[in-house]
Design a binder for this molecule. Structure first.
Ligand code: SF4
Ligand code: SF4
Length: 399
């Protein structure tokens, strides 16, 4: 197994499962299961024993490997500088080994099969891919400046579609030149890679690169930080070098200059950092710039934010397989409670998977009355509508 040489170097001191303050549990799988083997350090020792033949490839062992959300907290907070950068690589390598040995949780096999057969994990036909755009007058990519790559959750999940429509509508309003692939778009493969199916990832990456190159794409705007990560950092290994931007990185320079009229009522917002924009790509700044540029929005931070942010629990394929599972100790519900404690009315997100995970968590916590999950485009569009209504009321009163 790749990275096997680092497994014996872990002290099992446990710092990797905590944030910088050392006060909370910040590894989603340890937070949920509270067994040392579900922690990063425990996972290191478990992998080492498994490779040495001391333990069998049980269903529990597979579950432990796939309950990791690839959030990167351990990479950030392990105290051993010599190998910390490769912690997550070692866990991915463990999953690659499971794939090679053909011993996978049923839900993981199903996920890979669906993507292989349909190009998405929802088992939907390609004709369904661009349906989110109906009625929005969005063009298929031709000679636009940017390709808007939407991804599986943004194309097929109901909550994700809502966010996609908001982002696309706002980009149109801001005169961003973009087109979509519609039926020709397939999965970006980021989760496939993290879940250890290297061959399928290569297949998806090469197919996407070919589609992009044939269409003449140079610049890509992604809805999802997961696609952003894969296309920016892994596609170049397969000959796909594009300028890749997360959608907040396009909006950041445009919203402030747009001169939007906003409602008089202020809005308190707290922001949940998506792992693949924050910890994996070190961009904690841009989504806050976008939110801060919306007049009337006040940002309040949660106790855990930026490098210490708690993952929503949807990474590493868990959004689809749900191996991590729900319940009061699931990181999505812990995160929803943490957001509510700030007194914010809106829990802002920048990823369609976070949107769905946290939406569901707020419902499970019965907090729908006091906290809503919205992305920056949804917030802005809602505030434009409110400003319009205020304006109409003021006009009718003055008549
Ligand atoms: S902080 Fe690093 S050395 Fe300590 S238990 Fe975690 S992985 Fe092992
Ligand atoms: S990547 Fe996240 S979920 Fe996985 S072991 Fe590290 S801290 Fe835990």
């Amino acid at each position: 197994m790749e990275y096997a040489e680092i497994l014996h170097r872990c002290f099992r001191c446990g710092y990797c499962k905590l944030p910088s303050s050392y006060q909370d549990l910040n590894c989603p799988s340890y937070l949920k299961f509270r067994f040392e083997t579900y922690s990063p350090g425990g996972r290191m020792w478990l992998l080492r024993e498994w490779l040495d033949g001391g333990i069998k490839t049980s269903e529990r062992f597979q579950e432990i490997l796939y309950s990791c959300t690839a959030c990167g907290n351990c990479v950030e907070h392990c105290i051993f500088p010599k190998f910390k950068a490769d912690l997550l690589n070692a866990f991915t390598a463990g999953r690659v080994e499971l794939v090679d040995r053909g011993v996978l949780p049923r839900l993981v096999s199903r996920y890979f099969k669906a993507i292989y057969n349909y190009g998405n994990p929802y088992k939907l036909l390609k004709e369904e891919r661009g349906k989110w755009a109906e009625g929005l007058d969005i063009e298929i990519y031709k000679d636009h400046e940017h390709l808007f790559y939407v991804g599986c959750a943004g194309s097929h999940d109901e909550r994700g579609q809502k966010m996609t429509r908001a982002v696309a509508s706002l980009m149109k309003r801001l005169d961003v030149s973009f087109g979509i692939l519609g039926a020709d778009e397939i999965c970006d493969g980021n989760e496939v890679r993290v879940m250890g199916e290297e061959g399928l990832f290569e297949h998806l990456a090469k197919q996407n690169i070919e589609t992009f190159q044939k269409a003449g794409v140079n610049k890509i705007i992604t809805l999802s930080p997961h696609a952003y990560h894969a296309m920016k950092n892994y596609y170049p290994f397969f000959g796909g070098s594009f300028q890749v931007l997360h959608y907040t990185q396009i909006l950041a320079g445009l919203i402030g200059k747009a001169g939007f009229t906003m409602p008089s009522k202020p809005l308190k917002v707290t922001f949940h950092d998506p792992c693949y924009l924050g910890r994996h790509n070190n961009d904690y700044f841009t989504p806050r710039v976008v939110l801060g540029a919306i007049p009337g929005v006040e940002i309040v931070e949660m106790d855990r934010s930026k490098v210490d942010s708690l993952c929503c629990g949807g990474g590493g394929g868990n959004f689809f397989t749900d191996i991590l599972g729900g319940g009061p100790d699931s990181s999505s519900r812990v995160r929803a409670r943490e957001a509510a404690e700030t007194g914010a009315e809106v829990l802002a997100v920048a990823c369609p998977k976070c949107a769905k995970m946290l939406d569901d968590a707020i419902k499970a916590e019965d907090m729908e009355e006091k906290l809503r999950v919205m992305d920056s485009a949804e917030i802005l569009i809602e505030r434009l509508v409110q400003a319009n209504e205020e304006n109409e009321t003021a006009t009718s009163v003055s008549r």
